[in-house]
Design a binder for this molecule. Structure first.
Ligand SMILES: [Fe+2]
Length: 773
């Protein structure tokens, strides 16, 4: 008997050790290569002492460096290497080893020709990511720069394997990678863990041959007071390299059809211009876009070329070209940059390995003015938009509001500029003197008058300003500068400014004190295409500042204009302050509104609850029961067994000729036709039940955000907390239910009716009082 026990014990130990085997999880991958050094990293399932064997030939790995203590994430620095030399290596640990990889050290000599590769937004499509990654390997670069969005959700550890370490395995094993953080990395600790050489900072810089490379993070503050800006400024000042390349995620000059201009354009671009940055590489917008060099002609700058290279795998975006767009295509791709002392030769290469765009930046060559963009115009555009965003009525009487404002914008043209402006408005607006011709001498302010009236109810769309500017080329030689040729009006191109857009921008950027115009527009925003963005922007601001003055302003607005629509749309602001005092009123208003208005607030609340602040979880673990047969229109009313007892082992007569039993289901949204294997219920009346539990550390309340198709009823701990009759299609956050919970385990039971067609539900639980465990 003892022998048998020993035998099974041995089997158990053997299989357990196999289960606990020390397999490679991530890597190896290469970091921070220099003329005589490189760091090799890899991760094993459990701690082990790692060692790197290396040599100049693949089959002669006659040198080694070992770690001193067992680790899971191994990090071995090789030193005393020869510059510009190919080495082969493999990583070994007590019961495993990696495949053999290779790398080239950096050159000691600044005149050695080099090749960099660039890729961005490689998340989400593993097949394309691998394809592009393999093409990069085949192009044989010295290093690869990644412009961010390596993974879809950086806080999910498994995605680093799925989206980075698996599809890019060969690239990572053979080419040192220099990544920056994209928004999808979510400032995640995993990023810093995997790239420890960044020393827990989201910004970094390195020299490679004659190139200084700076990596920045566009998801953290960028303004002149920020730590990042101070780093950038100091780094640019001490930089002595011939070429400077900056890599970051959000583009300063994009061609996305709907995204706003990112404000850090005005922080960083002047620094780039002043300190001679040659190339800015960015990601985020999933296409290829190359700008003309952007700089100041008056200072005879060479300008900064901005390239968005975000074609590494994530689904592609359409492009809306801007006047600064030199070349653009929406396709999967990567870049190579060949570096010599005098030239950067950039090639954009598609997924079939064809070069589809190229540019040579040459230190000794002047760009033609026709291919140069004057940065001063962007500053003018910004100042004008800022002022439009502050626009408020000067007076109002009955339902009519009056405007009488003159905007005065500073300019810094260095030659005379002529032009005209015109306000374009719908027939509801009565505008006075809505257009004007003007000439500006250097230093003179651009003055634009806005005067008129409109009936409140016909406020949208707001007027748009059309501005045309043209330089007087006859005086081009007065100051000895190159003439303006390109960008926004200097060759018969016009600027358009929308007041709505300006109000949106104002909401995003203003301090709380300056938000008054936004509230004014909120009153009318039901018709504005920016309505949703304005509220999300305000919501984000509230969450950041928790400034209750915003709510006070909204309450004032609501008192002045307590229409159902305003009550309905303003509710999300109360929600932001965890103030549910108007919830019942909100639900009552919802019943009175026509259906076209109903999706707005739930969509908004969904967006807001996605922010970390709300501690909202999408429920994934369920028990399901059904389908039960139902009489037409009677299913929600009829009492089925789960409403009387929760017994997860019992079988029930479903009234369909079959028996049903609770069974587990995992998923954030439940398609009941599939989950209950009941496709025939697409054509029948029916009832299903979904059950989940939450555990609370004390008695209190949680917020249930329910979406369902069709009508739901909800019980928490056998007490009914919600019921809504009638067919509907499913969205997230359709119903908001405040539910009492008790210390310990709580049962949540949801009944969902089916009246034909799709059948399903989804549930988010917002733990705003932070009582759930
Ligand atoms: Fe992104």
């Amino acid at each position: 008997m003892q022998k048998i026990i020993r035998f099974f014990l041995l089997i158990f130990i053997l299989s357990a050790s196999q289960l606990l085997g020390n397999e490679r999880v991530h890597g190896p991958y290469l970091q921070d290569v220099r003329p005589s050094e490189i760091t090799i990293l890899w991760e094993t399932e459990s701690p082990a002492i790692g060692k790197v064997l290396f040599g100049k030939e693949a089959d002669v790995l006659n040198m080694s460096v070992a770690e001193n203590e067992p680790k899971s994430l191994h990090q071995v620095r090789l030193s005393n290497l020869q510059p510009r030399q190919q080495y082969f290596y493999k990583c070994v640990w007590h019961n495993g080893e990696s495949a053999v990889g290779s790398f080239r050290t950096a050159p000691a000599n600044e005149t050695t020709p080099l090749r960099f590769a660039v890729v961005g937004d490689s998340r989400s499509d593993l097949v394309m990511c691998k394809k592009i990654s393999d093409l990069i390997v085949a192009s044989n670069p010295d290093i690869v720069l990644h412009s961010g969005d390596i993974v879809a959700r950086g806080k999910n550890l498994h995605e680093w394997k799925t989206f980075l370490f698996d599809p890019m395995e060969e690239l990572l094993r053979n080419i040192p990678i220099y990544p920056v953080l994209g928004n999808h990395e979510q400032e995640s600790p995993h990023y810093y863990n995997f790239f420890p050489l960044h020393e827990n900072k989201p910004w970094w810089s390195r020299d490679y041959g004659p190139v200084h490379i700076i990596g920045l993070d566009t998801s953290v503050p960028t303004d002149p007071q920020s730590e990042q800006y101070q780093f950038l400024l100091a780094d640019l000042k001490q930089n002595t390299k011939e070429w400077t390349i900056v890599v970051f995620h959000y583009p300063l000059f994009h061609a996305h059809p709907t995204r706003p201009i990112y404000e850090f354009r005005y922080d960083w671009q002047p620094l780039f211009m002043e300190h001679g940055v040659d190339l800015a590489l960015t990601g985020h917008d999933h296409y290829y876009h190359r700008s003309f060099p952007i700089g100041r002609m008056a200072e005879d700058q060479k300008g900064v070329v901005h390239i968005t290279s975000a074609g590494g795998g994530a689904s592609l975006y359409p492009i809306a070209p801007e006047p600064y767009s030199a070349y653009y295509r929406s396709l999967y791709h990567f870049l190579t940059i060949d570096v010599t002392e005098n030239e950067l030769e950039i090639r954009a290469i598609d997924q079939d390995n064809r070069v589809f765009d190229g540019i040579i930046l040459n230190k000794n060559q002047d760009y033609s003015p026709a291919n140069f963009v004057e940065y001063g115009m962007f500053e003018l555009e910004r100042k004008l938009k800022n002022q439009l965003g502050q626009l408020s009525p000067t007076n109002s009487k009955n339902n009519v509001v009056f405007f009488d404002t003159t905007f005065a914008i500073e300019t810094d043209f260095y030659m005379p500029v002529s032009g005209h402006y015109e306000w374009q408005a719908g027939s509801a607006w009565k505008l006075k003197s809505s257009s004007k011709n003007f000439t500006l001498t250097p230093g003179q302010k651009l003055q634009i008058k806005f005067s008129g009236e409109v009936d409140k109810k016909n406020f949208m769309p707001t007027p748009e300003l059309k501005l045309h500017l043209e330089a007087d080329n006859s005086t081009r030689n007065v100051l000895g500068h190159r003439p303006y040729q390109r960008f926004l009006g200097f060759r018969n191109q016009d600027l358009h400014f929308s007041i709505e857009e300006a109000a949106y921008k104002n909401a995003v950027l203003s301090s709380v004190e300056n938000l008054q115009p936004v509230f004014y527009f909120l009153d009318y925003y039901a018709e504005s295409k920016y309505a949703y963005d304005v509220i999300v922007a305000l919501g984000t601001r509230i969450l950041r500042t928790q400034d209750r003055r915003i709510l006070t302003n909204l309450e004032t607005l609501l008192q002045k204009n307590p229409s159902d629509l305003n009550k309905f749309r303003i509710f999300p602001f109360y929600f932001l302050f965890n103030d549910f005092s108007h919830l019942e009123e909100w639900i009552a208003v919802m019943g009175r509104l026509p259906s076209e208005h109903l999706s707005f607030a739930p969509k908004l609340i969904c967006t807001l609850t996605d922010l970390d602040f709300f501690n909202t979880n999408k429920v994934e673990n369920w028990q399901l029961l059904g389908p039960f047969a139902a009489e037409k229109g009677q299913g929600l009313v009829h009492v089925y067994p789960p409403e009387q007892e929760l017994n997860f082992t019992k079988k029930y007569d479903a009234g369909t000729g079959a028996e049903v039993q609770w069974h587990p289901y995992a998923g954030k949204t439940i398609d009941l036709l599939k989950a209950l294997t009941a496709p025939d219920f697409a054509f029948k009346e029916g009832i299903a039940y979904a059950h989940t539990t939450v555990s609370a550390s004390k008695d209190g309340e949680i917020l249930l955000l329910l979406g369902s198709n069709d009508d739901p009823a909800v019980w928490v701990n056998n007490k009914e907390v919600h019921r809504k009759k009638g067919g509907r299609s499913e969205q997230a956050c359709q119903d908001m239910i405040i539910a009492p919970v008790k210390k310990g385990r709580n049962d949540i039971l949801i009944k969902v009716g089916q009246h034909g067609g799709a059948w399903g539900l989804n549930l988010r639980i917002s733990d705003w009082k932070k009582i759930l465990e």
